[in-house]
Ligand binder design. Structure first.
Ligand code: DC
Length: 234
């Protein structure tokens, strides 16, 4: 349920999609979780889905370059988000911690290039958005997965600030993270299918000098502005 703080009257008749895209370390997860909780919406971390498929591929020893098998794996993967918690389940197992290791991070970046994997996960993401109002974060949510999302945000921050945030999260040196993040960003932005890019109708928010609360408030204001009594303005 929406908390009183959000003070947004949204009827449940039409599902709303809040798409939050941007590079690693821009603050997507923190912000998307908070916004989802304040709106009473389902929170979906699409990156966790790519990570879960990558983890399964690593465990099953499947070569990322074997696109057919990778697509099959993505279609077979049972990925679940436990409501109210930030637990990610893969085929019935809790993989929340395992999908955050540097090995899986690197593998997920490669897995996300495979068109069949993107296709399979996109279908699943759309299915979830059909039955729930969601805050979904990722790289291509506002551009490809939900091009008609009522609210689209592109979160960004200074690369050094982004690296600092990631380093604090994973407990490694900033220099190491800068290198790894630059490589991943480059791959995400230049891949042929669904590259990381800002949708023309997305609101650009630079979080470098903003607190999480300020970003949350800015997004909630956008949701209010773009919706009226539960109906999206067209
Ligand atoms: O957001 P993240 O770091 O957990 O994402 C893991 C990888 O998945 C990252 O390399 C980008 C990729 N990804 C993607 O290609 N499309 C998405 N919608 C979300 C993540």
């Amino acid at each position: 349920m929406p908390t009183s703080g959000a003070a947004i009257a949204i009827e449940n008749k039409k599902h709303l999609i809040v798409a939050i895209d941007g590079p690693a370390g821009a603050g997507k997860s923190t912000i998307a979780r908070a916004v989802a909780s304040r709106l009473g919406f389902t929170y979906i971390d699409s990156g966790a889905m790519y990570r879960a498929v990558a983890l399964w591929a690593l465990k099953a020893n499947i070569d990322v370059d074997d696109h057919l098998r990778m697509e099959h794996l993505a279609r077979e993967a049972r990925i679940e988000f436990v409501p109210g918690e930030f637990t990610v389940m893969l085929n019935g197992d809790d993989v929340t911690a395992e999908i955050r290791t540097p090995e899986v991070t690197q593998a997920a970046s490669k897995v996300s290039i495979v068109p069949g994997v993107r296709r399979a996960l996109r279908e699943e993401q759309r299915r979830i958005g059909k039955i729930n109002s969601v805050v979904m974060e990722g790289r291509d949510i506002g551009t490809v997965v939900f091009p008609d999302a009522q609210v689209k945000i592109f979160l960004d921050a200074d690369p050094h600030v982004r690296a600092g945030r990631r380093a604090a999260e994973v407990g490694t040196a900033v220099d190491e993270v800068v290198k790894e993040m630059t490589e991943r960003d480059q791959r995400d932005r230049t891949r042929a299918e669904a590259p990381l890019t800002q949708a023309p109708d997305a609101e650009y928010l630079d979080t470098t000098n903003l607190s999480a609360l300020e970003v949350e408030e800015a997004i909630l204001k956008l949701v209010r502005d773009r919706t009226s009594n539960g109906k999206a303005r067209h």
